[in-house]
Ligand binder design. Structure first.
Ligand code: ATP
Ligand code: MG
Length: 582
């Protein structure tokens, strides 16, 4: 899994990786050279009549080696940090692009908090493993093998003591691995959970305050937080034991080597003693290096599980191909028409259909209204037109062509969609209306005027350049609705869809807006979802939706006669007189 994610390394980063490996090899070589000079110096000091110049020379070489090691280490560290940073940037990009292409089905499946953790925290896990592991993974085996070769021919007693220490070390590491590895797996899920609780709390803050639910929310947060803290504390404590453990083993080994050395030297012939002493010094430094490199190696095994879990979570997102894909890109024969042919729809994983056998058609320039009680399936119906979801049965046709035959961009370009919940983005009024286009002053103003937003926008100090905060929090509900209507109008689409977009407007503004819409968008096909009869009285065709089925269809007057459901809705909203008048 972890190796599959390495695909995201660019060719340049692969070259840099190769260079890093070379630098590390050089570093290891130089580092292992040092004990030899140390041996030489030890021998010189012990030899009577040794030249001071000789000592200087060996010492100088040793210093050079140390300096070289430092340079190599720095360069390798710099390169691997650079590789890791570039790599994680590319993964974040890939995850973001993948999420962009997700249909609502995938978004529902992954959930937003998890997608956020995956594109931030999980990427960081991999980045840190790469920054650290890249060096360790190469350096430690190289160093261990090299050092073992160098000391293999020395006294067996020393080799035995070093071997025992390495075995203890690895044993310790394995125990630790077994203890923390399962916890790391859970940790990412707990992070998701914490994210979810926090997000829910922050988006629902008004409700929380209004209902004095702070304590309840705090308890929920504390639980999620405690879970995560307990797990990280546990792994932290286990890891904290590791360092002193390692020091103990290394010191014990040092002691053992010198102890054994003392006996060996005493037993040796006087003329061999100096050589033996030098051997001992060299051996102990190599042995230390071996133990350290084993430790590093195991460290990687300890950190890897977390990164592997993260890699899997990232790849899951990056490699999910959305259910809703571009069609072959047919060019439609008509303009401005909409048709539903025996459409039925069921949400993924739901037990029953929310729409059953819905058929109707709209001609160019007509206005069609959909009315029905809450939960009747109105939003579900309009969601099928821009392919937020795909119909599970039947066909939806825009301009006489099945929506699944369009390229998504092409399809959505034809549609001005005003969602039920008006959504604004942080930026300015202009950037919201033009949704990222440059947008000439004229076009923006015209859209604002039709949407009855000109009045309050002009009253703002900076007019269309007034800033909008995240989610449009600095505008009222009705203002937000009008701005999101302006956004749809600005694009001059062939088909305008309003999903209950007039609900937050007062009656007068509702009227003005509809009149203006009618005048300005003559020839544009409109689909209006509404709860208020007043909003749709004049529609060419009204569809009464009841529990996902079309109960009746016709004009206001026809429906008053033919549909009981419609008459009930009308009677509950209009006075006797109004009912007779229209
Ligand atoms: P309202 O007038 O309140 O906006 P509506 O007519 O727009 O209601 P829909 O939003 O289409 O109603 O919902 C119809 C049914 O589909 C509801 O019973 C709801 O539980 C279900 N539903 C809506 N969205 C989803 C979803 N994402 N996943 C599963 N079921 C859903
Ligand atoms: Mg709805």
């Amino acid at each position: 899994m972890f190796f599959r994610i390495l695909r995201y390394l660019s060719p340049k980063e692969w070259r840099m990786t190769a260079l890093t490996f070379l630098l590390i090899a050089a570093q290891v070589g130089l580092e292992l050279k040092m004990p030899e000079y140390m041996a030489a110096i030890t021998a010189l000091v012990q030899t009577p009549g040794g030249e001071m110049g000789e000592i200087w020379r060996s010492g100088g070489m040793m210093l050079l080696c140390a300096f070289g090691t430092m340079l190599c280490t720095m360069a390798a560290g710099y390169l691997s940090a650079k590789i890791a940073a570039g790599f994680s940037m590319r993964i974040r990009d890939a995850v973001f692009c993948s999420i962009q292409s997700f249909s609502f089905e995938e978004l529902d499946r992954f959930s937003v908090p998890s997608l956020i953790t995956r594109s931030t925290n999980d990427v960081t896990q991999i980045q840190s493993l790469l920054a650290m592991g890249l060096q360790m993974a190469v350096k430690s085996p190289m160093m261990a093998i090299w050092a073992i070769v160098k000391i293999s021919a020395k006294q067996w007693q020393w080799t035995l003591s070093a071997g025992v220490c390495v075995a203890i070390m690895v044993g310790l590491d394995i125990v630790m691995f077994l203890l923390v590895e399962p916890k790391f797996r859970i940790m990412q899920q707990l992070t998701d959970n914490l994210n979810r609780v926090l997000r829910e709390h922050l988006t629902g803050l008004r409700v929380v305050r209004a209902y004095n639910a702070e304590a309840y929310q705090a308890a929920k947060f504390e639980e999620a937080n405690d879970d995560l803290t307990r797990t990280s504390l546990y792994t932290g404590r286990v890891m904290a034991l590791m360092n002193p453990g390692m020091m103990l083993v290394m010191n014990a080994m040092e002691l053992a080597i010198y102890w054994i050395g003392a006996y060996l030297i005493r037993a040796a012939l006087p003329e061999l003693r100096v050589g033996l002493f030098a051997d001992m010094v060299v051996f102990s430094s190599y042995a230390l290096q071996i133990v350290m490199s084993f430790d590093m190696l195991v460290m990687i095994f300890i950190f890897a599980p977390r990164a592997i879990v993260s890699a899997r979570r990232i790849l899951e997102v990056a490699e999910t191909s959305p259910r809703i894909q571009d069609g072959p890109g047919e060019t439609p024969g008509q303009r401005g028409t909409l048709e539903f042919r025996h459409v039925s729809f069921r949400y993924p994983g739901a037990g029953s259909d929310v729409l059953t056998d819905v058929s109707f058609s709209v001609k160019k320039g007509q206005t069609v209204a959909v009315i029905g009680s809450t939960g009747a399936g109105k939003t579900s119906l309009v969601n099928l037109i821009p392919r937020f979801y795909d119909a599970t049965g039947g066909q939806v046709l825009v301009d006489g062509t099945d929506v699944r035959s369009y390229r998504l961009r092409e399809l959505r370009r034809r549609i001005g969609f005003v969602p039920q919940k008006a959504l604004l983005f942080s930026g300015t009024v202009r950037s919201n209306v033009a949704s990222g286009d440059a947008g000439t002053e004229e076009e923006v103003r015209e859209a604002l005027r039709i949407a009855q937003a000109a009045e309050f926008v002009d009253a703002l100090e900076k007019g269309p350049d007034a800033s909008v905060s995240q989610g449009g929090a600095n505008f009222s509900g009705g203002q937000r609705q009008r701005l999101s209507i302006a956004r749809a109008l600005y694009r001059r689409p062939e088909l305008l869809i309003f999903d209950d977009s007039f609900s937050a407007l007062d009656y007068r503004t509702d009227r003005l807006l509809r009149d203006e819409l009618k005048r300005a968008t003559a020839g544009t096909t409109c689909l209006i979802v509404a709860q208020r009869i007043g909003t749709i009285l004049n529609a060419d065709q009204i569809i009464v939706l009841d529990r996902g089925r079309i109960e009746a269809m016709g004009t206001h007057r026809e429906l008053l006669e033919s549909s009981k459901v419609y008459r009930q809705i009308a009677e509950s909203q209009l006075s006797e007189e109004e009912l007779r008048h229209v």
